[in-house]
Design a protein around this ligand. Sequence first.
Ligand code: HAM
Length: 424
Amino acid sequence: MKFKVPRGTQDILPSETWKWQQVEKIIDELCDLYRYKEIRTPIFEQTELFQRLVGDTTDVVQKEMYTFTDKGDRSLTLRPEGTAPVVRSFVENKMFGYPDQPVKLYYTGPMFRYERQQAGRYRQFVQFGAEAIGSADPAIDAEVIALALDVYKRAGLKHLKLVLNSLGDTECRTAHRKALVAHFGPHIGEFCADCQSRLEKNPLRILDCKVDHGHPLIASAPSLADYLNEESARYFEDVKSYLDNLGIEYEVDANLVRGLDYYNHTAFEIMSTSDGFGAITTLCGGGRYNGLAEEIGGPSAPGIGFAMSIERLLLAMEAEGKTFQEEPALDVYIVTLGEQARQPGFKLLGELRAAGIRSEMDYMDRKMKAQMKSADRLQARMVVLLGEDEVAEGVVQLKNMANGEQVKVPVAELIEKMKETLLG
Ligand code: HAM
């Protein structure tokens, strides 16, 4: 029997992990710059957390969750997203009591959704997300958006578009909901079974239905923009003016509703506009979720955040022809000749590593020529040659691979000499 990775997942091989590490470095540095602190929550949570917070009329909850019962008969779910776990942790750990508010958190880790596999859509993917919880200041909406954009900019991406909308507050949502029911109600028989059940529970979800997205009634549906009350409209204006202040360009799209239920006020997505990018152009999505902490028994703690998958970020880099710096080459390869040189060579390897010099030697019992080939393949900057004569004399031959120069160096002076060469 041949084993394969499960559908929708992938191995990230050593030739690729360098890129991932570079992206993670950008993320960590930028979050530090913006003072977001890393949080790590479990990979699985109580199923009810997602049902309650993400919303049980969403595709994510209805169709895409990896849910299982553990041996204690508890229903658990592999996290499909990071906001619900972070808000759960915020409430459970009473972070609302921290003196520094808002609490600004970020996470990078695997998420799981049982989706149809296609380019840029996986069943296990890694999301980087950031959440600022405890403030309803429109300036923090702009800060969160700026952070997401900065990650892409540092990765060298240029073909980006920020799309923005306001989903209003509960009052506007209720009025809009009524209008949607009146709009779709008489024709709901033309829609899929999911949409039919969504009509009463959550008609907004009909607008982002993957089955009925082409139905003309979706295009002509009443727009939330027409139902924004004064306070929500003002909030949206303020967010836009903070973005203007930072020189961030955006497009307002009244049809942007997002696929999760917890949003109100600001909703946004960042898309790739690069020609080389596939059918799915959304790189990042986020928005404000003011009632979420209360929903699970916490105090009122308005929040905003976003998440992006690293997979799509790397695909966008590829589409724009952006590459990372080469992985640094090996510093030294130790070539040993004969049995007598083996132990001293191995000892030297340990000493070099202790001195912070990235070193390697042969473990395949290769002949000298093959060891030199290995050194070449690994692009070693220097080679230490150690034969029985050198061992007897307490020296090594040090070869600089850039210019081919070879010098005899006493073992006691080797590390100093190497550091000179490496720095030079
Ligand atoms: P989301 O729009 O469901 O939002 O996902 C955010 C991002 O995760 C997407 O834009 C995409 O980059 C990535 N993503 C989602 N599904 C997949 C997939 N199957 N394969 C690859 N990448 C995927 C959320 O998850 C919210 N928690 C974002 C948020 C944080 N809102 C407020 N705070």
